[in-house]
Design a protein around this ligand. Structure first.
Ligand code: FE2
Ligand code: FE2
Length: 328
């Protein structure tokens, strides 16, 4: 299996033709390099079976919870189950996020005129996300867990995000990056790491990272092309709303779900030690949204006042500060 991970394509979008040709290239890649959730994943292969006690699910010392004495003191099977439940919860939340994304993309596509190249691209992305969600749900079904996914209130609020695809696509695509960028960052780090990954999880992550490179490239270039054309008022709206979106999403996706904490009775003090009072874990969150934060700086949608919001959510870092771990 290839160890090289696809990276995002980039272009200067100040000229309309460069933007158009990037979208055409992304659409073409969706034709020549795409995956089917069932044809391309050997679900029933004996090596792909999910055993909740498999030591490969265990959290490593690099994981904030995995590094705690509490976690290390658990029996091997419990350590493996906690690791697997974390993966399954993230997949459930991920597929709920992708549902919002798909519906928002379809709303966005309704605003496009005949002949728009974004229409074809948006439909390719909807199809790819549908296959991702099929993979994630199949993985959840084959584990013995029944994760609830996003909190109910957040599921309700997500309906408003769907409408943004039509009414305020620039804010919608910043929401998209807020979900996709941190997950992509985490998956790339895991695929490059030393730790042995279960082959089923590795297959799913490789498929996901390959196709996400296109989605991230589209969202970023869409924003670079369209945010400069927005009115002063709309840019100010982005400045205030984006840190709220990124601040609430980044924290939620990178820590254990409430269901995991309840099931294994993880003490509050352990969660505090692992995440809230752990400078490395807090830096990891900031690094995971570095690309989208730098984009916001480039787009001029961080004002002196909104920067205080970024700081209050613990997601601000000075631009140009290199991430702790290299990425590409
Ligand atoms: Fe996806
Ligand atoms: Fe995506």
């Amino acid at each position: 299996m290839s160890t090289v991970l696809d990276t995002e394509q980039a272009t200067d979008v100040r000229t309309g033709s460069a933007y158009e040709s990037l979208i055409d290239r992304l659409s073409q890649q969706s034709v020549v390099k795409h995956f089917d959730a069932y044809a391309d994943v050997p679900w029933d292969h004996p090596e792909y079976r999910i055993d909740p006690a498999d030591p490969r699910w265990e959290l490593s010392d690099d994981d904030p919870l995995g590094a705690t004495d509490w976690y290390k003191a658990q029996p091997q099977e419990v350590r493996a189950r906690i690791g697997l439940q974390g993966i399954v919860s993230a997949m459930k939340t991920g597929l709920q996020f992708e549902s919002v994304l798909k519906r928002g993309l379809l709303e966005y596509a309704t605003t496009l005129p005949n002949g728009a190249s974004e229409f074809r691209y948006a439909y390719h992305e909807v199809i790819e996300e549908a296959h991702h969600s099929l993979m994630f749900q199949e993985f959840v079904n084959r584990s013995e867990f029944d994760p609830p996914g996003m909190p109910k209130l957040m599921q309700f609020g997500s309906r408003g995000v769907v409408k943004l695809g039509r009414k305020f696509p620039e804010l919608f695509f910043l929401f998209v990056l807020g979900g996709e960028d941190p997950i992509d960052y985490v998956q790339r780090q895991e695929l490059r790491g030393e730790k042995e990954i279960h082959p089923l999880l590795e297959r799913i992550m490789r498929i996901h990272v390959t196709e996400e490179a296109r989605h991230l490239s589209f969202a970023r270039h869409y924003l670079k092309r369209h945010v400069p054309e927005l009115s002063f008022f709309k840019k100010r709206m982005l400045a205030v709303r984006v840190p709220f979106i990124l601040g609430s999403m980044a924290g939620m996706m990178l820590r254990p779900s409430k269901a995991t904490i309840r099931k294994y009775r993880i003490p509050k003090s352990v969660i505090k030690e692992a995440f809230d009072k752990n400078p490395e874990a807090r830096q990891f969150v900031r690094d995971s949204i570095r690309k989208v934060r730098n984009l916001c700086v480039e787009l001029g949608i961080i004002t002196p006042i909104s920067k205080q919001l970024w700081k209050a959510f613990g997601i601000w870092d000075e631009p140009g500060r290199p991430a702790v771990a290299a990425e590409g």
